[in-house]
Design a protein. Structure first.
Length: 432
């Protein structure tokens, strides 16, 4: 009997060692999806990302990274985020220079997910680099907020953990149609003229479809070659079509030239909306040709979204006001923030809010919270598509439309005119 008891104890001890060894092999990343035992303690969550410290995307990427750093510093200085079990979470960045290189992005995001055990990921700047990073985020089961990336295609590949902060490219100019409907329901005719390159053509195709879906007639749909400097043939076609509104453009140089020649021809149109060029301060150098022209931007420093507006729209307000963000950014980096900087900051806000709502760092819980996001921030509204066909696509954020108007001193000043809850002035309409 004694020998039998000894044998049983030996077998149990051996079984315990085997189970222990098996458990050790089934580990999760050191920082990912873990909480302090029993709660009430502290924990550091690692946020991994790459930034183009070198390469052609350096300027925009650096500002995006600066915005994210500001968010992280602020939330940590305020004591971090409380989880449901009482654990306090603060955040630590782990990042690398991607050199504006797509191949390097995939290598580095793999390192962030495996070697660095990042809990969450933020995308690099640009649609191309973000698309490369999204594959890795999904492969290793990491939630990633993309910012500085407007392309729609990334969210149509069946990913479940990738969430877009920017308004998609397909909706860059659709807000102008919504604004027109509010300003002048009687306006029915739209002319669309755009540069023949991928981004501009994609925007033009989308706004054409949207305008027609709203019952408007697209009386001219015309492309022009990159580098065009003489728009007389196109302007003659616009004049013959007699539209209420002209939309399109491409980049700064062609957009500025088109606006100037439209003014010189003195076309009788009620609204002119162009890509890229109008938000740039240099556009004001066109003088009268800039007056009344509108253009889309992801965000502008003077935009005025408020908690009151959120309440009126039945949305939750989260984060600082626009003026608080601008002041804090200027104090830290000694420059006015661009929309790239605001995008970096709001990527952090999205994670923060989702973690707070989930009360957890568990991927499934944070994913669920992101899926149900519906909030207004200084950056604008934020909400995600949850249909598997386009999961994570941004559907809440609208492009901010700016318009050059005449100030009290007679000089041109850039005003935000759409959406109305963020406007700094009423739209000048009609412009002619």
């Amino acid at each position: 009997m004694k020998r039998l008891q000894t044998l049983v104890l030996a077998l149990l001890a051996t079984l315990g060692l085997v189970l222990s060894a098996c458990g050790a092999q089934n580990t999760t990343p050191a920082n990912n999806n873990a909480a302090a035992p029993g709660g009430g303690g502290t924990k550091t969550a690692i946020i991994g990302y790459t930034a183009s410290l070198t390469g052609k995307l350096n300027v925009e990427s650096t500002r995006q990274s600066n915005g994210l750093k500001l968010w992280m510093d602020q939330v940590n200085e305020k004591g971090g985020v409380k989880l449901a079990d009482g654990t306090t979470v603060t955040f630590e960045a782990k990042f690398y220079d991607d050199e504006s290189n797509k191949d390097r992005v995939q290598e580095l995001y793999t390192r962030l997910a495996t070697d660095d055990k990042a809990d969450f990921l933020i995308s690099p700047y640009s649609s191309g680099l973000s698309d490369a990073a999204a594959v890795i985020a999904e492969q290793y089961g990491r939630i990633m907020i993309t910012t500085g990336a407007a392309a729609d295609d990334t969210y149509k590949k069946g990913y479940t953990l990738v969430y877009q902060a920017y308004t998609p490219a397909s909706r860059y100019l659709t807000g102008s149609i919504d604004m027109l409907a509010q300003l002048d329901p009687a306006a029915k005719k739209v002319a669309i003229v755009n540069e023949n390159e991928k981004f501009s053509k994609g925007v033009a195709d989308a706004v054409k479809a949207y305008a027609e879906s709203k019952g408007l007639q697209v009386v001219l749909f015309e492309g022009y070659d990159a580098g065009t400097t003489d728009f007389a043939p196109i302007i003659n076609k616009i004049q013959q079509a007699a539209p209420d509104v002209i939309l399109g453009g491409g980049h700064f140089q062609d957009g500025s030239t088109l606006a100037k020649q439209i003014r010189e021809k003195n076309l009788n149109v009620k609204m002119v909306g162009l890509l890229v060029a109008p938000p740039e301060p240099k556009f004001a150098e066109l003088g009268d040709a800039a007056l009344g022209v509108i253009g889309p931007s992801q965000w502008e420093p003077q935009v005025n979204f408020t908690a009151e507006a959120a309440q009126q729209k039945g949305m939750e307000w989260f984060g600082p006001t626009g003026s608080e963000f601008v002041s804090a950014y200027q104090a830290k980096f000694n420059e006015e923030p661009s929309y790239h900087a605001a995008g970096g900051y709001v990527a952090g806000l999205l994670l923060q809010k989702a973690i707070e709502k989930a009360g957890s760092l568990e991927t499934t819980a944070v994913k669920s919270a992101l899926d149900y996001t519906n909030m207004l921030t200084f950056f604008g509204a934020l909400k995600f598509e949850v249909d598997p066909q386009a999961h994570g696509l941004q559907v809440g954020h609208d492009m901010v439309f700016v318009q050059w108007q005449q100030g009290s001193d007679g000089k041109l000043v850039k005003q935000v005119v759409w959406p109305t809850e963020g406007a700094t002035a009423k739209a000048l309409y009609p412009v002619r």
